[in-house]
Write a protein that binds this ligand. Structure first.
Ligand code: SF4
Length: 313
């Protein structure tokens, strides 16, 4: 099962400063069926009790310190950084991480950082989350608040699956042929997220050879993961659907072609969900096999039961 890190409080563990939790239903009830969550609470992990005084970030927004309220005599920043360092091996085995929103330890963005006058600027990153990102810059991360948005949810889950596939490729030994196959498989999926990255990666892949694969593959996966961070818009998805439709041009009767075109149009207008034209396309490709299309992750980026929950919840 794919390993994904998670702030322990999001799974319902009573580890928050007030002895409570922040259980996230989508993680606990849906993602937990597909991912093996690895729960970590850095504050409890560095020896803080529960309940405890609240931590807050102070000082420079780019390198804030984690202290108890107004009391700067005790500084927990280094402890939180070391806690992440200590878990490096565990982090390297993960394919994603869900952090708790707004936390001075776990928040991934928009965390309050207080200046000397006591005013807060909401643009910091939690100390533990920042260190995890430094150690594992490619690791797909998201916070629980953003997972409420179906588009961001979809982007995160896709990134987890793609990154996991990449980790397995590396583990098995990456070759030029394997990288080209990987790229071909995710090409249309990427096109739905970021056209610019799609155009940028083609020439990079074309130039990869035995000699430069170690360096160029790092460049490649960096751009690919960044590209998938952009959400797949309706317009981009519709373009990919039309592209796929093109493969069926000479294989379907007029009536079926018109039906498919109408579904794509209705999806583009926001009348139908993506699953509608996608399901019909898959049905047609089942009866009109095409080796290139069959391998496309755009059609099945992750298990279909999970796809329904991503849209519905
Ligand atoms: S946000 Fe992070 S540090 Fe705070 S309780 Fe949850 S897991 Fe622990």
């Amino acid at each position: 099962m794919i390993k994904v890190g998670i702030s322990h409080c999001l799974l319902g563990a009573p580890v928050r400063f007030d002895g409570g939790h922040k259980q996230n239903r989508f993680c606990k009830e849906s993602l937990a069926d597909y991912f093996q969550f690895v729960p970590l609470c850095p504050e409890v992990g560095i020896g803080m009790g529960t309940p405890r005084k609240t931590l807050r970030l102070v000082g420079d927004v780019d390198s804030p310190r984690a202290v108890f309220g107004h009391d700067t005599s005790q500084d927990f920043t280094d402890d939180l950084v070391h806690y992440a360092d200590k878990h490096l091996a565990q982090l390297q085995a993960m394919s994603g991480y869900v952090f708790c929103k707004g936390s001075p330890s776990c928040g991934t963005a928009r965390v309050k950082v207080y200046n000397a006058k006591g005013y807060a600027q909401k643009s910091g990153v939690g100390v533990f989350a920042a260190r995890v990102q430094q150690l594992m810059p490619l690791l797909p991360i998201e916070d629980d608040g953003r997972l409420n948005d179906p588009l961001l949810r979809d982007s995160f889950i896709k990134r987890v699956y793609i990154y996991h596939e990449w980790q397995q490729l590396l583990q098995d030994g990456l070759t030029v042929a394997k990288l080209q196959k990987f790229h071909a498989r995710h090409k249309l999926n990427l096109l739905s997220h970021c056209q610019k990255t799609y155009r940028h990666l083609g020439p990079i892949v074309a130039k990869i050879n035995k000699q430069n694969i170690a360096m160029e593959s790092e460049r490649y996966i960096h751009h690919l993961m960044m590209g998938f961070k952009k959400v797949a818009t309706r317009k981009n998805n519709a373009n990919v659907l039309m592209h796929l439709q093109g493969y069926l041009k000479h294989r379907l009767p007029t009536e079926d072609r018109q039906e498919l075109a109408q579904l794509i149009l209705d999806y583009r207008k926001g009348i139908l969900p993506l699953l509608s034209p996608l399901t019909l396309l898959k049905h047609h490709f089942k009866h009109n096999k095409d080796a290139y299309i069959e391998q496309q992750s755009f059609l099945d980026p992750y298990p279909k039961e999970l796809a329904i929950r991503v849209v519905m919840q």
